[in-house]
Design a protein around this ligand. Structure first.
Ligand code: MG
Length: 262
């Protein structure tokens, strides 16, 4: 099942995506007691060209994981982290597919894309074990962990400015409930050229581990997102006008264009 959040001229709601058609849902899939089999349709139906897709959830927390692919560790020559490297993006960074990523005002910005598998929490979880972790997940989405490398260097690794700027957290286009987070292909395209390709099986810390690790000290709530790190690739600085697509099999494609600061 693919869950989307969308707006029409009159309202915003959740729906189920099938091909190019969306059936409206009566309620939010994140309501307490959520059960995937109990989702009720409201009888409305739209084609994708008649609606605007929004972020598929509204995360209270967007947690990012740094350096989490063996391929990226090998490429960099640095040692693998012994525990997950964690960062945050504020809710104001989060945008959906089709929305514009606003390039920083500073001339010396060096902005890059990072295609990642995003985990969408469906049920509140606190101190869960790895073996119980995935029952708290509603599904998975594509994430683009947009980063300004210059600010990361200038701020000496403090990544609030580098990763937390407005629009630096695209997620979407949907939440897919049916994929295996331990084995999906992730591809990132810059202006139609393949720049990153990897499989989630190459993660250093897999999804159940990350949920157990995070929930041990931080309660994860419905709608929270974990961006699980980016595979190695040819990650180049972008410019206004560039188009980045993050494609994950079984989910779809998250597409965003960079635009100049206004
Ligand atoms: Mg990243």
């Amino acid at each position: 099942m693919k869950i989307v959040r969308f707006s029409t001229s009159s309202k915003t709601q959740y729906g189920i995506l099938e091909g190019t058609s969306v059936n409206g849902l009566k309620t939010s899939p994140f309501e307490d007691g959520w059960n995937i089999n109990n989702l009720k349709l409201d009888g409305s139906n739209y084609t994708l060209d008649k609606i605007t897709l929004l972020t598929p959830c509204v995360p209270g927390k967007y947690i990012g994981i740094g350096i989490n692919y063996k391929s990226s560790v090998i490429k960099s020559g640095r040692p693998a982290p012994e525990t997950p490297i964690i960062f945050y993006k504020p809710p104001t960074a989060v945008i959906g597919t089709g929305a514009e990523i606003i390039f920083p005002l500073e001339q010396d910005a060096e902005v890059v894309y990072e295609g990642e598998l995003g985990v969408v929490i469906g049920k509140k979880c606190k101190k869960v074990k790895q073996e119980d972790a995935l029952i708290h997940v509603l599904g998975y989405t594509c994430a683009n962990d947009v980063t300004d490398r210059i600010k990361f260097k200038v701020d000496k690794g403090n990544d609030v400015r580098a990763k937390g700027a407005d629009t630096f957290g695209p997620i979407g286009p949907c939440i897919s409930t049916d994929i295996d987070p331990g084995n999906v292909e992730i591809r990132t395209w810059l202006n139609g050229e393949l720049r990153q390709q990897g499989n989630s099986s190459d993660m250093i810390f897999n999804v159940p581990f990350l949920i157990a690790y995070l929930s041990n000290f931080m309660t994860l709530l419905p709608g929270d997102v974990i961006a699980t790190g980016t595979p190695a690739g040819n990650i180049m600085p972008v410019q206004p006008g560039d188009v980045v697509k993050v494609e994950i099999e079984g989910i779809g494609t998250l597409e965003n264009t960079f635009v100049s600061h206004r």
